[in-house]
Design a protein. Structure first.
Length: 629
């Protein structure tokens, strides 16, 4: 599972309020006894709502030849690194492995399994010293990423003969999820079952801790194992090789470039269904209103118009992905630090002619467009970026600091964790605090990861709102240990998207992502929903749908909500709406206001108090329990 940094910030805010929720829930479940567990084993488990991000597919000219074997042979390569990525991290790790292969006499290439004929894996053994590495992320309830789905299903259900195939697997997951690194574990096991030879043990990266450290630790043992397996030695060659070639276009005026548009430039000018990650819908924002009544925090209710788009979504289960843009002040600061005219029009072209990704982002474009729409300039830079910055740094002490953080020594890892992770520096902060470091901006554009869509639970029911889709989003803004104010990329941008009475539409590129978090098939099945803070979002859709069914004269089961916030007068979101459902007889609501009394009261206290009610719903009446937040 690859976790979006902005979503993770919101999760941390909520966790600080409800940190004991998981522990109490575990105690409750255990207390229900083995009878219920055995009985429920035959029932479909309700999926816990987890946040994750979507990786937009890279733009640029794509190769129509899906034979990776042909590409390997024609370019004299023997290493192929496949990636299954939602947010770009797995793809980044794959690129680093392929690049480092030069040092170990294994010229490598990165490959997207969705663009390859994966049945050719059976022929990889025909290439001397060949090796297939898989960097695979897991998201949701143990699901493969979109681009690895077809390969994953073929591998699990097919019966290819992989005798002679050499392989290794590194997984990207999150230990807070039930199915931690499930995809990597299954692929590693299945390849072994089908006769392939495991060159090095399965690596498991935990994004809830420090996945960069996990990857480096695994990689530093992986390469010696590869050398021993093939009987080769490291060449000692420098692997800091530029992947993209810069071309500037001084003859092209910047107003000829479609600045201000994001992701698929052509598709945003010519909207055409179906809409997805590769082709987002430019949706008008009809409503953007504040939900908090007072206080210093903000929570937005935003409604996107999808009429005529043919976009469909399911109640509570699906999620809305929003493509944001970076803060222009941060973009301008980067240009100032590097003394670069951001309106210079450029093209970055892949020096690897066999690669399907010809450009790291749509080209030609200006530096400003790249930094605003395509590149992630707010996340913590990984160690390979710091390593590349060393050559651009003049001050010896600053050089040594970068060299240490990019190393694999215990001291270096500790420094990186403190200076980058704990003090939460992004690339702008790094350049501010290391003033002698002046990297070439085109090189930085090559190194920085792609700006990803942000992902939100949908807080509406299509049965009630068929032409709009709603989200509930906390404005992310916090002070770092260095005294800087960090702002969430998407929520800060969405806060500025206020619809007006003018004819000019306020829009945002969106698409729908499916999940397994859904209502029971039978409307009579009782449900308990536990949603502190914005965890309420998908349950708002659940409640809307059950209210609609009741209006149609259908029987509905007990619909019970546990909701927690700080103060009733400040952040009891959707209070009037929820109260109407209670009066209507649709909803039973238990609310905890943690700071409205001397002794703090949390949702967990209400759960403990109402154990008999909980037992009746899920133990005696076979109900479902949902947790979100």
């Amino acid at each position: 599972m690859e976790v979006d940094p902005e979503v993770r910030s919101e999760q941390l805010i909520q966790e600080s309020m409800f940190g004991v929720l998981d522990a109490v829930l575990v105690a409750l479940v255990v207390g229900f006894g083995s009878w219920w567990l055995l009985k429920k084993r035959q029932q479909p488990e309700p999926a816990a709502a987890k946040s994750y991000s979507i990786q937009p597919t890279n733009l640029g000219t794509q190769s129509t030849d899906n034979s990776f074997i042909k590409k390997l042979k024609s370019s004299g390569r023997s290493l192929v690194v496949f990636y299954g990525s939602q947010t770009g991290t797995a793809e980044e790790f794959a690129g680093r492995l392929a690049k480092e292969g030069i040092r170990y006499r294994l010229k490598g290439m990165v490959a997207d399994p969705e663009e390859c004929d994966m049945e050719e894996l059976t022929n990889l053994k025909d290439i001397p010293n060949s090796l297939a590495v898989f960097c695979l992320a897991t998201y949701g309830e143990g699901d493969p990423t979109d681009n690895a789905m077809e390969f994953y299903e073929w591998l699990q259900n097919g019966d290819p003969d992989f005798t002679g195939l050499n392989y290794a697997v590194f997984g990207l997951g999150n230990k807070t999820y039930e199915h931690y690194n499930e995809v990597a574990k299954r692929v590693d096991k299945r390849l072994d079952e089908l006769g392939a030879t495991r060159v090095y043990e399965l690596g498991l990266g935990d994004d809830d801790a420090n996945i960069e450290d996990d990857f480096i630790t695994w990689k530093d043992k992986f390469w010696p194992a590869v050398c021993e397996f093939f009987g080769i030695e490291a060449t000692g060659e420098d692997v800091s090789v530029r992947q993209y070639r810069l071309t500037e276009h001084p003859e092209v005026p910047n107003d000829r470039i479609y600045t201000g548009e994001v992701a698929r430039l052509h598709s945003l000018r010519n909207q055409r269904a179906p809409f997805d990650a590769k082709n987002p819908f430019l949706a008008p924002i009809r409503i953007n209103r504040e939900l908090h009544k007072s206080g210093d925090r903000s929570c937005m209710h935003i409604e996107f118009d999808i009429e005529g788009s043919k976009i469909r979504y399911d109640t509570g289960s699906d999620h809305l992905a929003v493509y944001p843009i970076n803060n222009k002040e941060l973009v301008n600061k980067l240009g100032e630090l590097l003394n670069v005219d951001l309106d210079t029009v450029i093209t970055l072209t892949n020096t690897d002619e066999e690669s399907s990704k010809k450009h790291p982002f749509p080209c030609p474009c200006s530096y400003r467009t790249a930094l605003t729409h395509y590149l992630d300039i707010t996340s913590n830079p990984r160690t390979h970026i710091l390593k590349e910055l060393i050559e651009y740094t003049k001050d010896p002490q600053e050089q040594e600091k970068l060299r240490s953080m990019a190393s694999t020594t215990p001291e270096g890892k500790q420094l990186y964790n403190h200076w980058i992770i704990q003090e939460n520096r992004n690339i702008v902060h790094v350049l501010e605090d290391l003033p002698s470091c002046k990297p070439a901006l085109d090189h930085l554009c090559e190194l920085l990861p792609r700006l990803q869509a942000r992902y939100y639970s949908i807080s509406s029911s299509p049965k009630v709102f068929p032409t709009t889709v709603h989200i509930t989003a906390v404005l992310v803004q916090y002070e770092t240990p260095t005294g800087r104010i960090n702002k969430g990329v998407a929520t800060s941008w969405l806060a500025t998207k206020q619809p007006s009475q003018s004819e000019v539409s306020v829009t945002a590129p969106i698409y729908i992502r499916r999940s397994q978090f859904r209502l029971p098939t039978r409307a009579q099945t009782p449900i308990i929903m536990i949603g502190p803070g914005t965890g309420l979002a998908p349950f708002r859709g659940f409640i809307q749908e059950r209210s609609q069914l009741k209006d149609e004269g259908k029987l509905i089961g007990d619909t019970i909500l546990y909701f927690g916030c700080r103060k009733k007068a400040e952040d009891f979101i959707y209070e009037e709406e929820l109260s109407e459902y209670v009066q209507k007889g649709v909803l039973t609501m238990h609310v905890a206001f943690s700071r409205d009394q001397v002794h703090k009261v949390y949702v967990t206290h209400l759960l403990e108090k109402n154990m008999d009610e909980i037992w009746k719903v899920i133990g005696e009446n076979n109900g479902h329990l949902y947790v979100c937040g």
